[in-house]
Design a protein around this ligand. Structure first.
Ligand SMILES: *[C@@H]1O[C@H](CO)[C@@H](O)[C@H](O)[C@H]1NC(C)=O
Ligand SMILES: *[C@@H]1O[C@H](CO)[C@@H](O)[C@H](O)[C@H]1NC(C)=O
Ligand SMILES: *[C@@H]1O[C@H](CO)[C@@H](O)[C@H](O)[C@H]1NC(C)=O
Ligand SMILES: *[C@@H]1O[C@H](CO)[C@@H](O)[C@H](O)[C@H]1NC(C)=O
Ligand SMILES: *[C@@H]1O[C@H](CO)[C@@H](O)[C@H](O)[C@H]1NC(C)=O
Ligand SMILES: *[C@@H]1O[C@H](CO)[C@@H](O)[C@H](O)[C@H]1NC(C)=O
Ligand SMILES: *[C@@H]1O[C@H](CO)[C@@H](O)[C@H](O)[C@H]1NC(C)=O
Length: 351
């Protein structure tokens, strides 16, 4: 998060630091002067003339009227490194109309199955200016090879991808949900390069308690074959009754290989964080979202530079309460994990 704040769109502090070794006060004054000069320049030349300067955006006068200040401010900011992260898509399939000059921030939610990313994404999509297009790469053909992946991403970030989550004209942040095992890690080198070139921001969403995740994975895969809810398989539910039905199944966990499995999962997460370290990113944990939802969602909205909104979801959590009630062979599992560094996973970390 620290990193995200440092990169904040109007963060003059960073500008100052980047400026060199001169005294911060002097630089701060300098920034002030530049801003003032920009302001005066705008006043003198009038908005319409400013637009003609070739700095960043070539455009018509139409939207300047509606969004005067922001556009001009961005032009003043055009040499800031932050500018790299903002883009103005020109969709092939429709016109952005009055929002043509609203910058759009491309993002990707990078996560693992059963880590709360479905819930998180529905909350993001409850924001009028955010459009997250779901797990696009769950379809194998789209991740056959890296050129297919990049082509798909281009379409998404150019606002030309259509599904129920698309909001089009006035989207200020557009993205997708992407599981690490959906071609992301296999093609990490090219994808990191693409992200950095196009200024895609990564939102990592992981679960601290990987044992709980494992239970959720096993229960979900069990439900795929048994379809507990009147013969329909559901990965996410909208009522506590449905949640109870799904949580009634207690998986048996192979205690022999549990430690190894948890280690492997941790390694995957570490590797993902390392590979995308050069990309603008934020790391979220499901547990923090549960316990501190308002603040975490605020951080995310700041990270995406979208206006603050209360975000909502109708989804209901499936597994709650102590872990001991959720696993068939709890005693066995407990005695094995107690001797490992994963003992912490045994303790309930939220209600
Ligand atoms: C921005 O950068 C361009 C070229 O890199 C330079 O010509 C211009 O003077 C810079 N503008 C400001 C306001 O620093
Ligand atoms: C990638 O896959 C698509 C179809 O899945 C295929 O048409 C294309 O030729 C492939 N590209 C490369 C470089 O292999
Ligand atoms: C958000 O969407 C609303 C409604 O479409 C639009 O008026 C507004 O300009 C958008 N805000 C941003 C920052 O794009
Ligand atoms: C499942 O069946 C029960 C009883 O037959 C009914 O009350 C319930 O609404 C059904 N649920 C769904 C999701 O169809
Ligand atoms: C548990 O895992 C071990 C090691 O991978 C394997 O040999 C064993 O067959 C597994 N047991 C069950 C019941 O799947
Ligand atoms: C990412 O880079 C920063 C600074 O270069 C470093 O301090 C941090 O440990 C790195 N994180 C990972 C997960 O590699
Ligand atoms: C968000 O919700 C809280 C409580 O639910 C409310 O107090 C606050 O005014 C809301 N804020 C906005 C911006 O709607």
């Amino acid at each position: 998060m620290k990193r995200a704040q440092e990169n904040g769109i109007f963060d003059k502090e960073k500008w100052v630091i980047k400026g060199g070794k001169r005294s911060p006060l002097l630089m701060r004054m300098g920034v002030l002067v530049i801003i003032m000069v920009c302001g005066v320049y705008i006043c003198l030349t009038g908005c319409f003339n400013v637009v003609k300067t070739p700095t960043i955006i070539t455009t018509t006068s139409k939207f300047i009227k509606s969004n005067n200040f922001q556009v001009n401010f961005l032009q003043c900011q055009s040499n800031s490194s932050e500018f790299h992260y903002i883009h103005y898509p020109k969709p092939l399939t429709f016109s952005r109309e009055e929002c043509e000059c609203n910058p759009v921030r491309p993002f990707a939610i990078l996560s693992m199955q059963r880590s709360g990313s479905g819930w998180f994404e529905t909350m993001l999509n409850s924001h009028i200016n955010v459009s997250s297009n779901g797990e696009i790469f769950s379809v194998k053909e789209r991740r056959n090879n890296v050129s297919m992946i990049l082509k798909t991403l281009d379409q998404v970030y150019n606002l030309d991808w259509f599904n129920s989550a698309s909001k089009n004209e006035c989207s200020a942040a557009v993205g997708l949900k992407w599981m690490l095992n959906q071609g992301l890690m296999e093609n990490q080198e090219e994808i990191v390069k693409y992200f950095n070139q196009k200024g895609v921001s990564a939102i990592f969403l992981f679960r601290r308690n990987l044992l709980r995740r494992m239970i959720s994975v096993l229960a979900n895969s069990y439900d795929k074959s048994t379809k507990l809810l009147n013969g329909t398989h559901k990965s996410h539910v909208h009522s506590s009754v449905e949640a109870q039905v799904l949580a009634s199944y207690k998986p048996k966990i192979n205690a022999t290989e549990i430690e190894l499995k948890l280690k492997q999962e941790e390694a995957i997460i570490d590797q993902a964080l390392e590979s995308f370290n050069s990309t603008r990113h934020i790391v979220l944990y499901y547990e923090d979202l549960i316990s501190n939802r308002i603040q975490k969602l605020q951080e995310v909205q700041e990270f995406l530079s979208v206006p603050y909104r209360n975000l909502t979801s109708r989804q209901v959590k499936i597994h709650g309460g102590p872990l001991a009630n959720q696993v068939e062979n709890w005693d066995e599992l407990e005695s094995i994990l107690k001797k490992t560094s994963y003992e912490r996973f045994l303790h309930a970390d939220y209600r």
